[in-house]
Design a protein around this ligand. Sequence first.
Ligand SMILES: Nc1ncnc2c1ncn2[C@@H]1O[C@H](COP(=O)(O)OP(=O)(O)OP(=O)(O)O)[C@@H](O)[C@H]1O
Ligand SMILES: [Mg+2]
Length: 266
Amino acid sequence: MTDSTPAATPESVLTLRELAVSFGGNHVLRSVDLEVPTGFTGLVGPNGAGKTTVFNVVSGYVRAAGGDVRLGGETLIGVAPDAIARRGVGRTFQTPKLVAGISVVENVMLGLDGRAGPLAHLRAIAGSRRDSRPARERSLDLLERFGIVEYANEEASALPLATQKIVEVARALIASPRLVLLDEPAAGLGAEDVEAMVAPLVELAADNDLAVVIIEHDLALVSRLCPRLAVLHQGGVIALGTPAEVLAQPEVVDAYLGAGFAAVGP
Ligand SMILES: Nc1ncnc2c1ncn2[C@@H]1O[C@H](COP(=O)(O)OP(=O)(O)OP(=O)(O)O)[C@@H](O)[C@H]1O
Ligand SMILES: [Mg+2]
């Protein structure tokens, strides 16, 4: 048998091949190629470059117009968001999407069914099949590791932004994913809250051999966390390498200049 699709390299957890996405006539992603191994990969680029759109395609919320998304060797194209989550993809949202009216510990448990995102509220009302004692204990254990177990029984949507963002990270991790997509987890957080999130995250990622893709505008933070950076611009990955290599490339500096790179660069 022959297969014209290039095989994912063994160390690649997530592989994007010629990924294209259009909204109406707006070709946001033209041809994105990227291989994501275990460890931390930073996905950076100017506002509106399509970074969140990449996460939305990988997690099944937005349909690709072309190309392929593979987790391990299997395509995720056409697979529903909750099924993608059950295959081992956890994610957070740029704006936290916690379900109102239920507690922090219950919000984290929703991650066991892949029930984040737009339908989480309806499904939470329907009740979780996973609301068992072990699920609750696992959720409490994660809250403990992130130092927010004292909020376990509070209503999640009433908490400060920083705590909500940590709850989202815990929800993305509870189902023992292979791949975790974090969309600007540190945006709007003070330095202390960033450390409260990052230290346990780095530890959990190493313990579980996770592949973590992190979208972040704070280039100093991504450069510290990620041995690899991919820069998305004009519908494709224009640079890939170590932070020092990538941020020194003229194309990358040019891509950012219009977006105030000089003012925010490391
Ligand atoms: N569901 C959608 N429908 C229509 N247009 C969309 C949709 N999602 C994203 N877009 C458009 O696609 C482009 C890329 O958006 P996206 O949110 O992926 O960018 P981003 O790189 O995450 O930006 P930011 O850094 O500001 O978060 C933008 O022009 C945006 O308006
Ligand atoms: Mg975004």
